[in-house]
Ligand binder design. Structure first.
Ligand code: UGA
Length: 454
């Protein structure tokens, strides 16, 4: 099939490259010429494992352009995957989406095009996109649209850092459309993933447990709500274990054992029960805020989602409180922070817990040294006032430090020579913000080992 993807951010690029790998002819449109140039040269503008390898494998069926006219007119399916950042009131900023929809509407000229909303949009936005497409079509074609296109919703569930894996081996595919032909087209588009009939890339073999992938076909509003409900549920699950973790610290229980003990109940499940500094990134914060704002429009309260957000906010201060309890005075202390990205295998710093924690420590008078194996360059550009705090090496983070906080669970950090580093700290206080290190071993090495649960 012929596919056009508008927007080459995480979602758009992963969608475009995966669909090309699966055998479709894909044109990716982005207005940013620099990005398009990079992609044409086979380089990924985002740090995402396997992205460049897949770009290479799919290159014959993949093209990049800044011009909608190169991709939209012939496409069977047009994905709109532009960014929808949060506005201060919690609503997503839909300017890019409406601009993209308008230009797509002007260029549609095929017999039947399915326009898929891949951006995370407020419930009801597909109808809004439909009306923008119609008006733009009418203006540019001089006549009303008459069945040339339909709008569908196809929320994505990919996680940064494992985006390619999630695209090829998803738990499910959700498509929402009020048009049966629209659903048929998307079913056809995803057939190879649904039936797992493609030959896996050598660098991402199909896991043994992956069988046929279920497709959930719904109306538009349900598909849109599924996306928000999934992210809100996952965010709540993390906040739940963090709330339990704080109690665990008080009663002398081990929250990781508690998580294991409850997660083995198949009704609960073990994933997203990892305690620590809580969630960050571009999705959970934005989507939970948008869900609450949408609910408010219907005079509906969402106390569980509000509480999940509040627990997550507090979780970042827990780190500062723990250090204050241990060191008594933060002013003038040297505190090392390991990890800046909001999670490993990405250089994404959006709503990163560690940036927040570093700023809180600095506002308390601490001297902070920051490290990340990948996100340093982005950090320098996005947080220039803290750039001077970046360490050139891990040694610098530990050297003469009063405490070190591990915030991002990069593999490199799990394998550090912890014994050596204890020796160069002024006080070997280690706060494991992800509950991922071996407490007994670190204590044997001389550390005072702390977590967010005590
Ligand atoms: C999340 C969802 O997992 C995806 O399904 C969804 O498609 C995506 O948002 C989106 O809406 O675009 P992502 O933000 O990439 O994906 O990352 P996650 O792996 O979900 O992690 C989010 C945050 O939660 C990270 O800061 C992570 O460290 C934290 N986390 C995760 C925990 O604190 N504990 C856990 O047990 C799991």
């Amino acid at each position: 099939m012929k596919v056009c993807v508008v927007g080459t951010g995480y979602v758009g690029l992963t969608t475009g490259v995966s669909l090309a790998f699966l055998g479709h002819d894909v044109t990716c449109v982005d207005l940013d010429e620099r990005k398009v140039e990079m992609l044409r040269a086979g380089r990924s503008p985002i740090y995402e494992p396997h992205m460049e390898a897949l770009l290479g494998e799919a290159s014959e069926r993949l093209s990049f352009t800044t011009d909608y006219a190169d991709g939209v007119p012939d496409a069977d399916v047009v994905f709109i995957a532009v960014q929808t950042p949060s506005l201060p009131d919690g609503n997503p900023d839909l300017r890019y989406l409406s601009g993209a929809a308008e230009t797509v509407g002007q260029h549609i000229s095929g017999d039947f095009t399915v326009v898929v909303n891949k951006s995370t949009v407020p419930i009801g936005s597909s109808n809004w996109v439909d009306s923008i497409l119609r008006e733009a079509f009418e203006r540019s074609h001089g006549r009303r649209a008459d069945g040339e296109f339909t709008v569908a919703s196809n929320p994505e569930f990919l996680r940064e850092g494992v985006a390619i894996f999630d695209s090829l081996y998803p738990d499910r595919i959700v498509v929402g459309s009020d048009h049966p032909r629209g659903l048929d087209v998307l079913h056809q588009l995803y057939r190879a993933v649904l039936n797992q009939t493609f030959t896996p890339p050598s660098f991402l073999p199909r896991p043994g447990e992956v069988g046929a992938v279920p497709m959930v076909s719904t109306d538009l509003a349900s598909a849109e709500l599924i996306k928000y409900a999934a992210n809100a549920f996952l965010a709540t699950k993390i906040s739940f274990i963090n709330e339990v973790g704080r109690l665990a610290g008080k009663v002398g229980a081990d929250v990781t054992q508690v998580a294991r003990g409850i997660g083995l109940d198949a009704r609960i499940g073990p994933r997203f029960l990892e305690p620590g500094v809580g969630w960050g990134g571009s999705c959970f914060g934005k989507d939970t805020a948008a869900l609450i704002t949408t609910a408010e429009e219907y005079h509906h309260d969402m106390p569980i989602v509000r509480a999940a957000r509040e627990v997550n906010r507090q979780q970042r201060s827990v780190v500062v409180d723990q250090l204050l309890g241990e060191l008594r005075i933060l002013k003038g202390r040297k505190i090392g922070v390991l990890g800046l990205a909001f999670k490993p295998d990405t250089d994404d710093l959006r709503d990163s817990p560690s940036v927040d924690i570093a700023r809180q420590l600095i506002s308390r008078g601490a001297r902070v040294t920051l490290h990340d194996p990948v996100a340093g360059e982005r950090f320098r550009a996005e947080q220039p006032d803290l750039a001077g705090q970046l360490a050139d090496s891990i040694d610098e983070v530990f050297d003469d430090a009063d405490a070190v906080v591990l915030v991002t669970k990069w593999d490199q950090y799990l394998e550090l020579d912890w014994g050596k580093f204890a020796g160069i700290m002024r006080k070997p206080v280690l706060l494991d913000g992800r509950h991922c290190l071996d407490a007994a071993r670190l204590e044997r090495l001389g550390y005072r080992y702390l977590t967010t649960a005590g």
